[in-house]
Design a protein around this ligand. Structure first.
Ligand code: SF4
Length: 307
């Protein structure tokens, strides 16, 4: 960590760390992500998200009411120029258990995918298989990934725009073979906070473009869109994330989620939001966090009824 922090920077860093800890703690509790006796395998890529995830989990564990173990795992995919010494040196400096898995997925991907085509889909499939196998070998009961709130929203829009599905990244999921539980403890954390935290902590970031793959243009388009909205309409991101946690299947259009055919005269459905067919929507108040509250106090947010 940078030793030259001023008093003000230290204060801000503590505040930021507290917020990230609170966000992670709430996500863990809301989705029962970590339980007594768990061994959590934290997947560390060398990017800001996974460093932050590991740091906050280690921090939370100090005062956690339950006991759980942490093991950090990095997959060295043998991309040319991968600085092999960086992660072991960092992990030893903080005294955490770790394993570096070496598999030449870079070579496989380069061999199988024609030049100029996107390599990410095969690469991630290979990576997933290796990480699941490693979790089994290490006896890990949970696999923690560093995806955050903004990744989840980007995925939602990507699926809507390009996939015709309303689907995001779940905070907790079971692998297809039913053997591994994957958790995303940063689900409530803002990318902006993670960027600031990672800079303040001076994590030894490993660049993510070593494989030479083309950037994912669709994701970048969605990311730019969300960032523009965030600048133009402060609070919109928070409101959209609240929407992800507040779904009303009876007011969407998927007969697999709600029995529209079963609606008959005299049927009363418990727990749905009722008949609003002739009404204007109520004003929706988003779940505030510190920053949005501040915007609201400053009068920068005006809530409008959804047309
Ligand atoms: S960017 Fe490179 S390392 Fe990352 S998933 Fe794509 S191909 Fe794999």
């Amino acid at each position: 960590m940078n030793n030259e922090l001023t008093k003000k920077q230290t204060y801000n860093l503590n505040k930021l760390q507290k917020r990230l800890r609170r966000n992670v703690g709430n996500a863990i509790a809301d989705f029962n992500m970590i339980e007594e006796g768990d061994k959590v395998m934290v997947c560390l890529s060398g990017g800001k998200d996974s460093y932050t995830l590991l740091d906050i989990l280690l921090n939370l564990r100090i005062n956690a009411p339950i006991h759980f173990d942490i093991v950090a795992v990095n997959l060295d995919q043998k991309q040319p120029g991968f600085p092999e010494h960086v992660l072991p040196a960092y992990l030893e400096s903080i005294g955490v258990d770790y394993k570096i898995v070496q598999e030449n997925t870079y070579g496989i991907v380069k061999e199988k995918i024609p030049e100029g085509k996107t390599t990410c889909s095969l690469c991630s499939r290979l990576r997933r298989g290796i990480l699941y196998r490693t979790a089994t070998e290490l006896g890990a009961t949970k696999i923690a990934l560093g995806h955050h709130r903004d990744d989840m929203l980007e995925t939602l829009f990507l699926n809507m725009f390009y996939g015709g599905k309303m689907k995001s990244m779940p905070p907790k999921l079971m692998s297809d073979d039913g053997k591994q539980i994957v958790i995303r403890p940063l689900a409530y954390c803002k990318e902006k906070d993670i960027i600031k935290y990672s800079e303040a902590k001076d994590f030894p970031i490993i660049p993510c473009n070593l494989c030479g793959s083309q950037p994912n243009l669709q994701r970048q388009v969605v990311k730019d869109m969300l960032q523009t909205w965030d600048r133009q309409y402060p609070g919109r991101i928070e409101t959209m994330f609240s929407a992800l946690q507040n779904v009303t299947p009876s007011h969407l259009c998927d007969p697999k989620l709600f029995d529209f055919k079963g609606i008959q005269h005299g049927t009363v459905f418990e727990g749905i939001e009722g008949d609003i067919a002739f009404d204007k929507e109520e004003i929706v108040t988003p779940k505030f966090d510190d920053e949005v509250e501040q915007y609201a106090e400053d009068g920068l947010i005006q809530f409008k009824a959804v047309e």
